[in-house]
Design a protein around this ligand. Structure first.
Ligand code: BG6
Length: 524
C-alpha cells in the first residue's frame, strides 16, 4: 500500500474510533501502573486526537496534593515512561490541564462526595457529559471498598438517559475461586455486568488480537488447526527479570496466579476456540468460554500429571550474577521497616500446566502452558507443533533429524509469525535443514503497534467489551486451576529448582517428554 493510499484509510479508522466525552477516574493514581502505563496511554490517545475535547482525568489517592502537584507528578512520569516522553511541550500542557486530583481515603465516604462534586463541575466546565470510567488500579484489597463507596455516593449508575458509567478492574480478580466469587458479587451488587470491564492487558496486544485474524481471515490454516495435524501446542510467557521490588506481591501470588490464570488462559482460549458466529463481543466471548468448558477438569490427585512448579535460585542474567528468589526476599526484609515476607517461601516463580481439551477438534492434543521469571530472555509466544511426517522418506540421507513443522506466533518482542519447515540444503547430497518463513510486524507495517493499555482504555470509553474478560471465563479459570493452587499450598516444594537465567526446572523437561520423547520445550 502506498503512503497516499494508507493515509485516508488511517484517517477513516481514526475517525471511527474517537472516544466520546468522559471523565476517567483513576484510583491508585500515584502507583506504578498509572505512572508507567495509564497516563502515558491516555496521553498517547490525546496526541493522536483520539480523545474528545470533553475529556478529563481525575487521580484519586490518599496523598494530599492539589491539581497542580498531581499534574507535575504526571509530567515527570510521562517524561520517564511514555515512549516519546512528553514530546511537544505545548501538547503536553494542554493535556495536563485536563488532569485533576482528589485526595482521600478510599474507604471514607466524604472523599466520594468531593469526587462527586468534582465530576459534576467537570461535566459543566469541561463537557465530560456525565460519562464516567472508574479505573481500579489500587491493591486488590481496596477493590470491594471502593466499589461499595461508589455505590453509596450514588455515582455508580448513569445519571442521564444518554450517559454511561463503566468500571475497569485490574487483575488480580480474586486470589482463588472463592475470593473471586466474593469480589464479583460485591461488584455485581453495585454495577451491572455490562458496566464491568475486567482488564487483561494481554488481550490489548496487537499480536494476541491477530490470533483471531490469522485463524479466521485466512482459508489455509483453519483446515489444519486440529488434532489431525497438530501434535501439541506450547504457550510461553518468559521473562528475564526476577521478582525485583515486587517480592511482596509475588510471594503471595506466584506465577500461576500472576500470569497463567489470566493472560495465558486468554491466549489459550483464542488459539483453541471455535469460529465465532460474528465479531460481536459476546459471540467471541461465548466461544472462548465454550472451550474453557471443554478443558478436562483435573482433580487434586491428578495435579502431578498436569502441572509443574519451580523457583529460581541464584544464577546469571545477561551475563551478571543475580540472586535467587529467596535471597531477594531476605534482602527485602533486611531493608524493610514494615512487613517481613517468608524467607523460605514456596511461591512458584515458574509454573506450567497441561490442558487437555475434550472436544472433536482437540481430543488428545495437549496444550502446554508455561510462565517463568528469570528465564534466559523475555519472550511470549504460541508455538503450534505439527505432527511428524507419516513416513520418513529421507531416513538414509542424514535427514533423520527432520523437525516436524511448527508455526510460531511471536507475541513479543520481535512481533511476528514464523512457519518452520525442512528444506534441501544446496549441494550434491540430500541434506535437509529447518528454515523459516517469516512475517515481522515492524518490517511489514513500519510503525509501532499501540500499547495494549491505549487500545483497552479506548475500547472501554467506546463501550466495546470484546477484549475484556467476562466473569464466566474468569470464574472457570480459577475453577480449573484451583486444584493446583490448593495442592501447591498444602505440599512443601523442594526449592530452588532452577538456576536464574535457565529455562526452568528439569522436571518440566521430563514432564513434556513423558510418554512422547519427541516433545521438547522450545528454547526460543
Ligand atoms: C503482569 C504481571 O500482569 O504482566 C507481571 O503481574 C508481568 O508479573 C507482566 O511482568 C508481563 O507483562 P508484559 O506485557 O510485559 O508481558
Amino acid at each position: 500500500m502506498t503512503p497516499e493510499m494508507e493515509n485516508p484509510l488511517r484517517e477513516e479508522m481514526r475517525m471511527e474510533r474517537k472516544a466520546p466525552p468522559c471523565a476517567v477516574v483513576i484510583f491508585g493514581a500515584s502507583g506504578d501502573l498509572n505512572k508507567r502505563k495509564l497516563t502515558p496511554a491516555l496521553y498517547s490517545l490525546y496526541q493522536q486526537h483520539l480523545l474528545s475535547n470533553g475529556f478529563a482525568m481525575i487521580g484519586f489517592t490518599r496523598t494530599k496534593m492539589d491539581h497542580q502537584a498531581f499534574r507535575n507528578l504526571m509530567t515527570e512520569a510521562t517524561k520517564e515512561f511514555a515512549e516519546g516522553g512528553i514530546g511537544d511541550p505545548a501538547v503536553w500542557n494542554s493535556f495536563s490541564e485536563k488532569l485533576f486530583y482528589v485526595a482521600g481515603d478510599p474507604t471514607d465516604p466524604s472523599a466520594y462526595q468531593e469526587l462527586k462534586e468534582l465530576l459534576s463541575s467537570l461535566d459543566r466546565e469541561q463537557g465530560t457529559a456525565c460519562n464516567r470510567v472508574f479505573y481500579l488500579s489500587t491493591p486488590p484489597e481496596l477493590y470491594a471498598p471502593i466499589v461499595k463507596q461508589l455505590g453509596a455516593a450514588g455515582i455508580s449508575k448513569a445519571s442521564t438517559p444518554d450517559s454511561w458509567v463503566r468500571i475497569i478492574i485490574e487483575k488480580p480478580f480474586g486470589y482463588d475461586l472463592s475470593t473471586a466469587i466474593k469480589l464479583n458479587s460485591e461488584v455485581a451488587s453495585v454495577f451491572d455486568e455490562e458496566q464491568v470491564y475486567r482488564i487483561d492487558h494481554y488481550l490489548g496486544k496487537e499480536t494476541v488480537q491477530n490470533i483471531l485474524v490469522f485463524r479466521f481471515a485466512n482459508g489455509i490454516f483453519e483446515p489444519i488447526w486440529n488434532r489431525n495435524f497438530i501434535d501439541h501446542v506450547q504457550i510461553t510467557a518468559a521473562e528475564a527479570v526476577g521478582a525485583g521490588d515486587r517480592v511482596g506481591y509475588y510471594e503471595a501470588s506466584g506465577a500461576l496466579r500472576d500470569m497463567i490464570q489470566n493472560h495465558l488462559m486468554q491466549v489459550f482460549s483464542l488459539v483453541a476456540m471455535e469460529p465465532p458466529v460474528s465479531l460481536d463481543a459476546n459471540a467471541i466471548r461465548d466461544e472462548k468460554q465454550k472451550v474453557m468448558m471443554a478443558v478436562y477438569p483435573f482433580t487434586h490427585d491428578e495435579v502431578p500429571r498436569f502441572a509443574v512448579r519451580g523457583q529460581y535460585g541464584p544464577g546469571t542474567s545477561n551475563g551478571k550474577p543475580v540472586p535467587g528468589f529467596r535471597e531477594e526476599i531476605k534482602s527485602f526484609n533486611a531493608k524493610s521497616k514494615g512487613h517481613q515476607y517468608n524467607e523460605e517461601s514456596d511461591a512458584p516463580t515458574y509454573a506450567m500446566v497441561r490442558l487437555m481439551v475434550n472436544n472433536w477438534r482437540w481430543a488428545g492434543v495437549p496444550f502446554f502452558i508455561r510462565s517463568g521469571k528469570r528465564m534466559p530472555k523475555r519472550v511470549s509466544e504460541v508455538a503450534i507443533q505439527f505432527k511428524r511426517v507419516p513416513h520418513l522418506l529421507f531416513k538414509q540421507t542424514k535427514a533423520d533429524r527432520i523437525e516436524p513443522n511448527s508455526l510460531v506466533i511471536r507475541v513479543q518482542p520481535d512481533e511476528g509469525i514464523t512457519l518452520k519447515f525442512g528444506a534441501k540444503m544446496p549441494g550434491q547430497a540430500m541434506h535437509i535443514r529447518e528454515v523459516n518463513m517469516d512475517f515481522q510486524y515492524g518490517q511489514q507495517f513500519g510503525h509501532h503497534s499501540p500499547e495494549a493499555y491505549e487500545r483497552l482504555l479506548l475500547d472501554c470509553m467506546l463501550g466495546d467489551p470484546t477484549l475484556f474478560a467476562r466473569w464466566d471465563m474468569v470464574e472457570k479459570g480459577w475453577e480449573l486451576l484451583g486444584p493446583v493452587l490448593d495442592t501447591w499450598s498444602e505440599e512443601r516444594a523442594t526449592f530452588p529448582s532452577y538456576d536464574a537465567g535457565s529455562w526452568g526446572p528439569t522436571e518440566a523437561d521430563e514432564f513434556i517428554a513423558h510418554g512422547a520423547p519427541h516433545r521438547r520445550w522450545r528454547k526460543p
